[in-house]
Design a protein around this ligand. Structure first.
Ligand code: SF4
Ligand code: F3S
Length: 104
């Protein structure tokens, strides 16, 4: 499966939802997550994200994102169509460690 990571937080460009063949993105206030039981591992969303927030769950150091995607995809609503990114998305794109500062 693929997972959404820190870089999505406060950016939320939503290009990813447009390409997912199984519509498995779920939307929180400040980021999207992927439902790991629905993702078919096709990888088409990975290059679509302008923030490079989507990575395969086989990369190192990804454990906290596997957990976070699984937890919140069970709680948040499904998002299947692109919407406007936050006004300051481009400014937030290169900010590090946004989980601590901008998750909620
Ligand atoms: Fe959807 Fe494919 Fe991305 Fe999984 S890897 S979230 S199925 S586009
Ligand atoms: Fe987030 Fe990238 Fe999608 S910023 S909403 S994972 S296109």
């Amino acid at each position: 499966t693929y997972v959404v990571t820190d870089a999505c937080i406060a950016c939320k460009y939503t290009d990813c939802v447009e390409v997912c063949p199984v519509d498995c993105f779920y939307e929180g206030e400040n980021m999207l997550v992927i439902n790991p039981s629905e993702c078919i591992d096709c990888g088409v969303c990975e290059p679509e994200c302008p923030a490079e927030a989507i990575i395969p769950d086989t990369e190192s150091g990804v454990e906290q994102w596997i957990e976070l995607n699984a937890k919140y995809s069970a709680e948040w609503p499904n998002l299947t169509t692109k919407k406007d990114a936050p006004d300051n998305a481009d400014e937030m794109k290169d900010v590090q460690n946004k989980l601590e500062t901008h998750f909620s």
